[in-house]
Each structure stands twice: as C-alpha cells, then as structure tokens.
Design a protein around this ligand. Structure first.
Ligand code: GAR
Length: 190
C-alpha cells in the first residue's frame, strides 16, 4: 500500500544520505516513501543508488536551461505530479530560489556537515578539522534562499580529537545518516 508521506530527495553526488533515507523508508523505520530523486549531475553515483531502490530520477543539467527559474519551474511541476509532501536536500550543491520556495517553503530540509552557523558552504568537514576546534557536528535545518541558512532543526556534536581527517569524515557521515532519519520522523504524518 502506498505510504502517506511522499518525499523527494535532491542530490548532486555520492548519495549516502539519499540511501540512508531510502533504506529507512523501505525498512519501515519511517512512515514515508521516497518517490523521486532530483539530480543536477548526470554522472552522480546517487543515480545508481536510486535505480537500486527503483526510485524514479529527474536528471537535469542547469547549463541546458536559460535560468534557475526555468529548471525550478520544471521541478515544481514534477513535485506536484508526484504529490510531494517533503523535500530533502542531501548534498544538493545549489541554492534554491523563490520558484521552489513559494510552493514548498517550510517543507524543504537540508543537512550540513558542521554545527551551523559555523563552517557554512563547501568542504565544511575539512575546514573544521583544520581550524583546531575540538568539536564539530551535523545540522539539519529548514531551507531558505541563503547558503546553509534557515531555521535549525537538530544538531549532533562529533568530537574531532584523536582522529585523522578520514576518521572524522566517517564519523560525520554516520552522524548524518542517523540525524536525518530522526529529523524526518518529526515531520511525517503518522
Ligand atoms: C553531506 O556531507 C552533506 O551534509 C553535504 O554534502 C554531503 C553529501 O554526501 N552537504 C552540504 O555540504 C550542503 N551544504 P552524500 O552525497 O554522501 O549524501
């Protein structure tokens, strides 16, 4: 039977967070169904992950559109067709504009690998590692027009001491997969 809550995930790369959410839905740890992957990079590994879960993919290349508004209008049409309740950004490396926000503001969540507002933007794990701070972490937040801005929902701290950069990356990704599921559970209709 189809589940009540329909999720679209937007991603640009590896897709480990995509897979963590899709798996939690498939294993009924979340009362939701991932019904669409939106991906702006046709070479991204996340597309193979979506195929494994039989989740439809909308692949697009921003350079083939005249503007962000043009591709976001196409995405909004698809989101409506799939009756999407919640949008999860999971390594989607683009800012969203009013076209998407006018329809879905308050229903778009992002995950970021730092304790926001620290280390917004690219390479957040590396910048935290090199900065000398003893603790970093992971944040989920509502999405607005700003880079990694919007109201914070949840955070998990991850200690940096006594680990290599690779170990820290693994700790962060493990924390992300746990936190995203916890955050999503708060917004699903049971
Ligand atoms: C994750 O670490 C996510 O927090 C980050 O991209 C990675 C995607 O990994 N997002 C941002 O930095 C957003 N500013 P994944 O493709 O394996 O899920």
């Amino acid at each position: 039977m189809p589940k009540t809550n329909k999720i679209a995930i937007f991603a640009s790369g590896n897709g480990s967070n995509f897979e963590a959410i899709a798996r939690a839905c498939a294993e009924n740890r979340l009362n939701a169904e991932v019904v669409l992957l939106v991906c702006d990079n046709p070479k991204a590994f996340v597309i193979q992950r979506a195929e494994k879960f039989n989740i439809p993919v909308f692949e697009f290349q921003p350079k083939n559109y005249a503007s962000k508004a043009d591709y976001e209008m196409e995405i909004v049409q698809l989101l409506k067709k799939y009756n999407i309740d919640l949008i999860c950004l999971a390594g989607y490396m683009r800012l969203v504009s009013d076209v998407l926000l006018d329809e879905y503001e308050g229903k778009i969540i992002n995950i970021h690998p730092s304790l926001l507002p620290d280390f917004k933007g690219l390479n957040a794990i590396q910048r935290a590692f090199e900065s000398g701070v003893k603790v970093t972490g992971v944040t989920t937040h509502f999405v607005d027009k700003t880079l990694d801005g919007g109201k914070i929902i949840d955070q998990i701290e991850v200690p940096i001491e006594n680990c290599t950069f690779e170990e820290l990356e693994t700790r962060i990704h493990t924390a992300e997969h746990e936190l995203y599921i916890k955050t999503l559970a708060k917004f699903l209709i049971i």
